[in-house]
Structure formats: C-alpha cells, structure tokens
Design a protein around this ligand. Structure first.
Ligand code: AMP
Length: 423
C-alpha cells in the first residue's frame, strides 16, 4: 500500500525547500528594514473568526473552508488566510497598548478547498504583513511599496500593479444600491451564484470567474467613481506616494478582492510569467476589522503573497540565487581502519562551523566519491591509514582539481579559509 498526498497538496522537496527558505529569508530581511516584527498564530481558529471577518457570502466562507468539530464539540477551521487571525490576536493581546501602528509579518500554510490547478492548491503558503493602527495613506503606500520592492529584491522584473479604492461606510451603501439596481436589470444574463449575490452581497459580483458575468460587470457602475471626498483624497495621496517612488500602477475598478473586510485601498500584483493563476500577492485596507473583533475602532492595512506562485515566477525568471549545496566538505575514507579518526575529524570540522559529511553506506572509495560528487560537494578530504601515520591529509578542490597536502593540526584553519573564500 502506497500513500499519496491529499489532493491539492504537495511535498516541498529539499531542492525546492531551499529556494523557499531563500525567499523567506529575503522577505524577513526586507520586512525588518521596514520595521515589521514576526507573529505566529495557531493554524486553526474558532470558525467564527473567519465567518465574521471574511464575510458569510464570500467564496472562501461558502465553499472553501476546512471546518471540523473537535472532540470538545468546538467548531474549528484551518485558517484560509492570515489577516483575521492576526487581528484576533491584536485584540486578544491588547496590542492597541503598544506604540501604533503595530507592524507584523507572518509566514505559513493556509487552507482552502478550491479546485486544484497549476498555481492553485488546497494547502498553500503565504507570506504576509499587517500594519495596524494608522489610517495614514503613507502606510498604504508603504504596504504596496514593500510588496513591489520585495518582488524586485528576489529578481522579478515584469510585474503589473493594480490598485483600487473600495470606499468606506459613508460612500458604500449608496453605491451598493446603484449596483444592485444595475445587476437586477441583468439578472437573466448572470450565473446562478451571481443571482444570489445580487441580494446577498452585490460587491461579490465582481469576483465571478464566469465570462458572461464578467462581461456584464465590465459595464457596471464602479465604486471608484462614487467615492466620498475623504476616500478620494486618501486614494490621491496613495497614488502620489507611489509616483514619488516611480512605481507604475494601473487602476482596476473591478479589484474588490475575495474578502468582505476591505475598505479604501486594495491592490494586487500579477506576473506575466504565470498562467491563469497569475496573482502573486495582494492586499488592502481593513478599517473596520479590529472593531469587528471587539477591539477599539482601529484602522489597518496589509498584504499576503503566495509562496508557490512566487517561487514559480522567480524560477521562470531564472534568477534563483541560492547555493543549494549546504555541505561543503566531504571526508573520503580510503581505508576502513581510518574510520574512527575520520569521524573524529568530521566532528572537529562541524564544531568549527564547517558543513561537512562522511559516507555512512560502507561504500568503496570510488563509490564514496561518486556519491559526494552527485551531491555537488566541493572539497574532498582524503584519509587513509597512510595519511594518519603521516599526520597529514590531501584536500582536493573538485571545482578546479587543485590538490594540496595539509597537516592534520592545520586542517580546520585550512578548510575555514577555503570555505570562507568560496562564499
Ligand atoms: P488572498 O489571501 O486571496 O488575498 O491571496 C493572496 C495570495 O495568496 C494570492 O495572490 C496568491 O498568490 C496566493 N493564493 C491564494 N489562494 C491560493 C491557492 N489556492 N493556491 C496557491 N496560492 C494561493
């Protein structure tokens, strides 16, 4: 009996995992530069954390959540996204007492029961940030610029940035009425899901993947044309900050994103290197969310990017800058009698921070070398009884074939020099 991973999930095998670690490392470096700190929340939450915040008529809540009852009869849900848990934590941990805005980042798996396809999974990883506590449009710009600059830092060149404004509680009700009226008149052309959306939550009409519905919505009134003065002023400021940093953007009035909690700015970045699932990251402002979780009225903004899609785009761009061979030195044991001494040297190297390995398969010397070569290890140390007696080993650089004899008591220093220079 052989098991396979559940549908919509994948194993992140070592060659890919090192690339992910690299992407994560670069993200953390940049997030620090922008003043963000890490936060780690549980993988599952009380179901209501998501139903209340994401919205009961969204696809995520309606169709995609992994919800289960635990043995204590609690309804729990594997997190489908990272913002709601972070805001739950902000309120629960009284982070409003900290200097505002509180700037946080997270990484980890998310779960959505979606139809799997290239770039779309049921368990996928996100890297995300949240800045909670300020309504300054400069923070919106910071969030967008952080995402843009991160993608640039990992080597992506061609990206399209879409931005939009979803307004606030002042301009939305009037607009929703207008949208409802428009959609009512087009009911016959809409899919079954969208017909329900007209009454439940007309903004969600913009999410539909159905081409006919999309064509109908292309002519629908857009929120961005009906913003109140404060929201349109806020949006102008955001655009101004982006222009100051020479970041190109395209205004996309249909960009409502699949979650109900957004207010004012929304944004998304797509890569031309990806197929149908071309959105690598996106986010927006959520000025009502903290209140929704029982906290004081507090604005916030953040984004999340998908690690699978990002890794794919960076791979396609051909710019993965990762040294995939973590092992630098291989100790080749030419004579079984030298094994104990070889293991001793191995631990000496490791305790001096030299990443090193040895054969554990009882291979012949030739087979040891083949295996180490396949692993791409650069430096070989040859050790046999003769070398032990002489108190010296041969160190070979497999890249240029250069070979030198090194005294055993100078080996650590010698290899430290080589490995350091190669880095
Ligand atoms: P969202 O949380 O829906 O705003 O998504 C943010 C980012 O997460 C998207 O831009 C994608 O890169 C990624 N993402 C969302 N859903 C999936 C999925 N099912 N599989 C892989 N990546 C996803």
């Amino acid at each position: 009996m052989q098991f396979r991973v559940p549908k919509g999930t994948t194993d992140i095998v070592p060659d890919v995992a090192v690339k992910w670690q690299y992407l994560e490392r670069k993200a953390v470096e940049l997030f620090k530069t922008y003043g963000y700190k890490p936060i780690i929340t549980p993988i599952f939450e009380h179901t209501e954390v998501f139903t209340r915040s994401i919205g009961s008529s969204t696809d995520i809540v309606q169709k995609e959540m992994y919800t289960f009852e635990d043995k204590g009869k609690r309804s729990l849900t594997l997190r489908p996204e990272g913002t709601a848990p972070v805001i739950r934590s902000y309120v629960e941990q009284n982070m409003n007492q900290l200097p505002q805005p509180v700037k946080l980042y997270y990484t980890g798996p998310m779960f959505r029961y979606e139809r799997p396809q290239a770039g779309r999974y049921r368990q996928f990883w996100q890297i995300g940030v949240e800045a909670i506590g300020s309504d300054d449009p400069a923070v919106d710009a910071e969030s967008i610029l952080l995402l843009v600059n991160y993608f640039k830092a990992v080597g992506l060149k061609e990206l399209t940035l879409y931005i939009n404004s979803m307004g606030c509680e002042n301009d939305r009700p009037q607009y929703i009425e207008m949208l409802k009226e428009y959609a009512e008149a087009k009911r016959e052309s809409l899919c079954n899901d969208c017909v329900k959306r007209v009454d439940l939550n007309p903004l969600r009409l913009f999410d539909c993947k159905n081409e006919t519905c999309q064509a109908v919505m292309a002519d629908a009134p857009k929120l961005i044309d009906h913003l109140c003065e404060s929201c349109s002023g806020h949006f102008d400021e955001v655009k101004h900050y982006l222009e100051m940093q020479c970041v190109n953007y395209t205004i996309k009035p249909e960009l409502v994103r699949g979650l109900d909690y957004y207010t004012k700015t929304t944004f998304e970045i797509v890569s031309p290197l990806l197929g149908a699932q071309n959105a690598i990251g996106g986010g927006g402002r959520y000025n009502k969310l903290v209140e929704e979780f029982g906290g004081p009225s507090t604005p916030g903004i953040g984004f999340a990017l998908g690690t699978e899609r990002l890794a794919l785009a960076v791979e396609k761009e051909g710019v993965f800058d990762v040294n995939e061979n973590s092992t630098e030195v291989f100790i080749a044991v030419a004579d079984p009698a030298a094994k104990h001494a070889a293991v001793n040297i191995l631990y000496q190297l490791r305790s001096n921070d030299i990443s090193s390995d040895i054969d554990y398969m009882n291979r012949s010397l030739k087979a040891q070398l083949n295996a180490a070569n396949r692993r791409g290890i650069r430096y070989f140390v040859f050790l046999g009884s003769r070398e032990l007696e002489a108190g010296a080993v041969v160190v070979k650089d497999m890249e240029d074939g250069a070979q030198v004899e090194v005294k055993l008591n100078e080996l650590v220093e010698h290899l430290t020099g080589l490995v350091g220079a190669a880095k």
